[in-house]
Design a binder for this molecule. Structure first.
Ligand SMILES: Cc1cc2nc3c(=O)[nH]c(=O)nc-3n(C[C@H](O)[C@H](O)[C@H](O)COP(=O)(O)OP(=O)(O)OC[C@H]3O[C@@H](n4cnc5c(N)ncnc54)[C@H](O)[C@@H]3O)c2cc1C
Length: 456
């Protein structure tokens, strides 16, 4: 019997790794032997024939790139991160301060350029001013603990301070982002960026391509603007405008369950029975139909028993779906958007839904100062949005609310509610996590029993 071997191919160029894996489909040789016989030229020829020529695109998933993306706007990060099959880490607005020099200033704004720059400069000045003004209040509210070092105390105070003042920051602030992605997904992401209405995104798409082709020259090939994406976006925008022009957007609920499965508990329990039996799903459904509440509760308790602090619940929780319409400040939206095991539909950032005022800004007595900033940004946004709605979103402060429609399964809700209500959570998205928990608790108490939520 051949001895089991497990090893990495890391260190080889990503395109060579992709070919070495692809060849195992037809070759009896080991991966290291296959890869030894490959060089960049042979790999390129293979990819040109199979991946590019025959559309065997999944091979490109074995070529992985880690891209350092620096000084891109917050607006751009959300478009980049909308590609779910990738990993990201970005500079935090909660742990780092921003300044006037690190703001995106687009070209080609024409008559809006002066208004744009004036508004951005104003908001950045006010952000810095509020950081100075609020510090004594925060220090008094959170005194230094006896055993706390000066350094740690400063970090703690900075964090609370920035959690409050970040609301004033415009979405044009520049940030850094690390992205790890495979070549297949990256090519698709670049196509979407090349088709985007914002020049910044089209430029980023081109620069991503320039960086990636140095490492995977054959696999990042078809990156032109996509007519289908472009035309459908434009036609749908026109179609929707006609339908909704006279409707005032509702701002009643910040978290609303708009759709869910009829009997999510039954679906999950039927899937559990299906998993460990040889009966059909229909037969499992028949068993569940005869169960009373206590039997259903018992089934779910067995499935969730012994779950540890860092464990993900079993996969069968994915058989129940819930769609939430969430209206939340853009700062918190940025965090919520990072969850990938779901389907998100986003609206353009606007000032139409109003803004949030952090409790501590009120407590510190700066609500008028803060509201003035929001009003000035709102006026500038409305003026600019008349002819440049996409570019106008750069000047919207993170305090303004935005809508997102998210469809996720119960397993992801479990993860979201636990993570986003837990230690270190920002009050804004924590409130969203708590509201989701309460809605599920009210409608599906059997399921809520097993969700972990810090309701503090
Ligand atoms: C207190 C706090 C502070 C944070 N600070 C920062 C920060 O400063 N900067 C920053 O960029 N982010 C920060 N985050 C965001 C965080 O790192 C995650 O990116 C975000 O919460 C999404 O959650 P998730 O990665 O667990 O996965 P989700 O996208 O929600 O997916 C659910 C689960 O699926 C699995 N999964 C999904 N995709 C992959 C994948 N590609 N590879 C492997 N497993 C996957 C994982 O098990 C994951 O937990 C912070 C989060 C918290 C709670």
């Amino acid at each position: 019997m051949n001895k089991r071997r497990i090893y990495t191919l890391n260190g080889l160029p990503p395109e060579v790794i992709a070919v070495a894996f692809a060849k195992c489909s037809r070759s009896p040789e080991s991966f290291d032997k296959i890869s030894k016989e490959l060089n960049a030229d042979l790999s390129r020829k293979f990819h040109e024939r199979w991946v590019v020529g025959y559309g065997h695109s999944s091979v490109a998933e074995h070529a992985v790139l880690s891209l350092a993306i620096e000084n891109v706007s917050v607006i751009a990060t959300k478009v980049i991160e909308d590609n779910r099959l990738a990993s990201y880490t970005e500079k935090s607005t909660r742990y780092q301060a921003f300044d006037k020099d690190r703001v995106y200033r687009p070209t080609g704004l024409g008559q809006n350029e002066e208004l744009y720059n004036e508004t951005i400069d104003y908001l950045m000045d006010k952000y810095e001013e509020l950081n100075v003004k609020m510090r004594p209040f925060i220090e008094e509210k959170y005194p230094k603990e006896a055993d706390e070092s000066d350094r740690f105390y400063k970090v703690r105070i900075d964090n609370v301070l920035l959690d409050n003042t970040r609301y004033i920051l415009p979405a044009a602030i520049l940030t850094n982002l690390g992205m790890t992605v495979n070549a297949r997904q990256l090519e698709h992401a670049i196509v979407k960026m090349m088709t985007h209405p914002l020049k910044e995104l089209r430029d980023i798409g081109q620069e991503l391509k320039d960086a990636a082709i140095k490492v995977t020259p054959t696999l990042i090939k078809y990156t032109k603007k996509n007519d289908y994406i472009d035309n459908s976006a434009k036609s749908l925008a026109k179609y929707t405008e006609d339908l909704t022009a006279d409707i005032i957007p509702s701002v009643d609920e910040s978290v609303e369950l708009v759709e869910s499965d009829e009997n999510p508990e039954d679906k999950i329990i039927a899937a559990l029975i299906f998993r460990d039996s040889h009966i059909s799903y229909g037969q499992a459904v028949e068993i569940v139909a005869k169960m009373d509440i206590s039997k259903k509760s018992e089934a779910l308790a067995i499935a969730m028993k012994d779950i540890g602090k860092f464990d993900a619940p079993i996969r069968e929780l994915e058989h129940a779906y819930f769609t939430f319409d969430i209206l939340v400040d853009y700062g918190a939206f940025r965090d919520i958007q990072r969850h990938r095991m779901c389907t998100q539909t986003n609206q353009l950032l606007t000032t139409l839904h109003g803004f949030d005022v952090p409790d501590e800004v009120n407590e510190a007595g700066y609500s008028n100062f803060y509201k003035e900033c929001m009003e000035k940004a709102d006026l500038a946004f409305k003026e600019m949005a008349k002819d440049m709605p996409h570019e106008a979103s750069y000047i919207v402060p993170l305090a303004y609310k935005k809508r997102v429609l998210i469809k996720w399964n119960l397993r992801e809700i479990y993860h979201f509610v636990k993570l986003r209500s837990g230690h270190g959570a920002h009050p804004s998205y924590k409130s969203v996590a708590q509201q989701i928990y309460r809605i599920i608790e009210k409608k599906y108490p059997l399921l809520a029993k097993h969700l972990v939520c810090d309701l503090d």
